[in-house]
Write a protein that binds this ligand. Structure first.
Ligand code: ATP
Ligand code: MG
Length: 469
């Protein structure tokens, strides 16, 4: 079968070959092309040392400047192409990284140290020949994920391979070879995950969450006992029963289905995985025999912050997911005023509210409620359309603290802020137009204690909440 490479990868390979070096296409690009998929990136392996790669790509080279990422590790980055020096990997001391890398001229030795047979193939870019010493093509055809050599030993060398196995299966829909499955299920696999840095765990978890087979991937993490090591907060969801006619599954089973149903965006997948993480700790059975989880969205938000911060996700993502978990129970009845939509937009932003609706859609699909965003979601959508891109934060009010002080004869103090807040709430609910004239009149009526002044609203500062589930 013909393998292709990107223009840049081809030029790099031609240069290196003209200089007498061997160059191979390796890893995911070979695997993905053999599967008829478009590769995400092109990794090259060469017998040239990093300094040699830089030297060859200097005089007369018009492409991106080669950057030696890690000389001892044999990695040169040229644009988006990784050029790696062939290596055999030496002893692993801490199950994280080989203690040192030994360079080699042998592609065979380089393939032997790779993780799975389907990842241990190379294409010689001189003649296009496939080098497949471990039966990678056969396993691709059979849809089998198999370790190169002894599964137990290979997983023990580098714990990341445990998570890579789960992720690759979730991406490709393959089966584990029985030896790999039993190595994954052995307690030592879960144990050795503790040696991994949170960042490496995070990157593999992200990829598992984004894969087409996310349900299978998460379920594998559970059945191999890996959840207790990398996401211990999620474990109580397993077996947490929901005695409620609206739910068919335990919280874990429901969560997996929401995660599978939601669009593959990292913030949405995390929101789906964690939206009910507060349920086990808030579970109570009511007099009606139905289970309730009052306040689970608030507890869930706290747990979410803790989990995603530990995994060193960027603050922006932690916040976006927190807002979704916090508000996923939003109630939007026929009586709900447009102010609730405005408050949701203030709390989450327009895009955040769209995300919230996507979470609601997936949540419904994974329960017994049916498809679409539901009547509540439809009402919220209608209000969103009416709001358009209008702005309505407190500083957008057409009066400010000076107006309040002047009209009410106040000096600076908490009353000023409270008055602005009350006006803001009335404006959000559409009970008071955000026009300077109307706002000043409202202040004057209030000053005169006129009876026609609208009553102060109850505390609407929070978007609509409901914990009926
Ligand atoms: P993708 O195309 O999705 O990036 P990939 O298989 O290329 O998948 P990379 O992380 O880019 O994944 O790794 C490139 C190659 O390096 C893999 O195909 C595999 O041969 C090898 N490899 C990566 N990580 C390990 C590991 N922890 N142990 C052994 N070999 C590994
Ligand atoms: Mg790759």
């Amino acid at each position: 079968m013909p393998f292709t490479v990107s223009d840049l990868a081809r030029e790099i390979a031609q240069r290196l070959r003209a200089a007498g070096q061997r160059v191979y296409l390796v890893g995911g690009a070979v695997r993905d092309q053999a599967l008829g998929r478009t590769p995400t990136d092109f990794d090259l392996a060469t017998d040239a040392l990093p300094t040699r790669v830089v030297q060859v790509l200097s005089n007369g080279w018009n492409g991106p400047r080669p950057v030696v990422e890690d000389e001892a590790f044999g990695r040169v980055l040229v644009g988006d192409v990784d050029v790696l020096t062939l290596r055999r990997e030496a002893e692993y001391h801490d199950r994280r990284r080989p203690s040192r890398v030994i360079f080699t001229k042998s592609i065979r030795a380089d393939l032997d140290r790779r993780d799975f047979t389907i990842n241990a193939m190379a294409v010689n870019l001189a003649d296009g020949a496939l080098i497949d010493p471990h039966g990678g093509m056969r396993d691709l055809k059979w849809g089998l994920l198999r370790s190169v050599g002894s599964a137990e030993r290979r997983l023990g060398e580098d714990a990341l391979r445990v998570l890579r196995a789960v992720r690759l299966r979730a991406e490709l829909g393959f089966s584990y070879h029985p030896h790999l499955a039993s190595a994954l299920a052995s307690p030592s696999a879960a144990e050795c995950l503790r040696t991994l840095s949170e960042e490496r765990v995070r990157d593999e978890l992200s990829r598992t969450l984004l894969s087409v087979g996310v349900l299978q991937g998460l379920e594998d993490l559970r059945r191999f006992g890996l959840v207790s090591t990398i996401l211990p907060e999620c474990l109580p969801m397993v077996g947490c029963l929901q005695r409620n006619p609206m739910h068919r599954w335990d919280v874990w089973g429901h969560t997996l289905r929401v995660t599978q149903a939601i669009s593959p965006e990292l913030r949405l997948r995390w929101a789906a995985l964690l939206h009910d993480v507060g349920k086990p700790a808030t579970c109570a059975v009511g007099a009606d025999g139905v289970t309730h989880f009052y306040g689970h969205e608030r507890l869930g938000e706290e747990m979410e912050r803790h989990i995603l911060r530990r995994l060193r996700y960027p603050d922006a993502l932690v916040r976006q997911v927190a807002a979704l978990v916090r508000h996923h129970m939003f109630h939007y009845g026929p009586e709900t005023r447009i102010g609730s939509a405005r408050r949701l937009v203030l709390a989450l932003g327009q895009d955040g509210v769209r995300d919230l609706l996507e979470l609601r859609r997936a949540d419904r699909q994974a329960s017994a409620w049916g498809f679409g965003v539901g009547p509540e979601g439809e009402r919220l959508l209608a209000h969103l359309a009416a709001i358009g891109d209008e702005r309505f934060t407190l500083p957008d009010l057409q009066v400010d603290g000076y107006d309040v002080m002047r009209e009410l004869g106040l000096s600076a103090g908490p009353m000023v802020g409270e008055t602005l807040h009350a006006m803001h709430q009335l404006v959000l609910d559409g009970q008071l137009p955000n026009r300077r004239e109307d706002l000043v009149n409202w202040l004057r009526r209030r000053m005169a204690n006129a009876p026609e002044a609208p009553a102060e609203p109850a505390d609407h500062s929070q978007p609509p909440q409901n914990s009926r589930r």
